[in-house]
Ligand binder design. Sequence first.
Ligand code: PMP
Length: 363
Amino acid sequence: MSFPPIRPELAGIEPYGAPQLDVPVQLNVNENPYGPSPACVADIAAAVSEAATGLNRYPDREFTALRTALASYLSRDTPHGVRPEQVWAANGSNEVMLQLLQAFGGPGRTALSFAPTYSMYPEYARDSLTRWVAGRRESDFSLDLDVARDLVKSEQPSVVLLPSPNNPTGTALPPEAVSVLCEAAGDGLVVVDEAYGEFRREGVPSAVELLPEHRNLVVSRTMSKAFAAAGLRLGYLAADPAICDAIRVVRLPYHLSAVTQAAALAALRHEKELLGRVDELRAERDALVVWLREQGLEVAESDANFVLFGRYADRHAVWQGLLAHGVLIRETGPEGWLRVSVGTPAEMTAFKTALTDVNGERA
Ligand code: PMP
């Protein structure tokens, strides 16, 4: 055994993460470009200050107040309402979904998604010793429902991971796809990862509405994207209370710090402001799709706050060229494609100017 005695399948693997570079225009990790207002900052600071007076004590392990606030936020998306015991939260939805795999995956079990899909999913599977199966999406990145249903039936996964909108493609799933796959999964869980849910187009309902119909449905959300609080590290899910109870077995005690709970509660009180730019970002996204198509590029339909475009024979050269112009985007997705997050109008102008220059330099 060599030192340090890392598990053989982890040896030599690079830790996941986009490059964190100090460049003027950062459009690489699908953040909301708008920071909180001074009033919101002051409220969060006051809440954290209040929490600090009790830092000698462990926090509320069941984060009851936060669960209640998140349940009330989620209840907007469904006529059926969401109860606090249907809510679970952790440090980012990445941790929520890893906990799901820890509780419901494991040796002899399978987790399944449809590629291209969020690149952390196979890592949750690897880290929880769960077998990983990736089905395929169509060339427009939609799912062929018959093929998807057959794969779920034949693989019998204990967890199906369905991002909607999908990362890196931006593709949203129609509600019937969620229902069909929930039925095909039997007692296996179907996790609809709505990290970008608030950016979906008008008329596309959240899977939260379907919770009463499918006891195996889990809807995952995050405060990192539309909610403009990526630095907070707060993700959450809505599901049958029995699913939340099972996660409690694998979570580390007091995993949500008193500071996180206080800051998240304060941020939720400023929901209107923090989500206030979503419409603008959606409009900016739609304009970006049109502009990229006008440049003769292929562009995936997007319900998220990012756009996948291409295809380039040498995408790395384009990524590098943009970086040289001070614009950081993401080299991800199928070969030849690049992903750009939707930023402020000024950032979008900088991106368009840089891409025009880079394409010109390469012509
Ligand atoms: N799901 C998807 C589809 C994502 O793209 C991301 C972030 N890139 C996450 C989950 C995790 O986000 P967080 O841990 O910040 O909630």
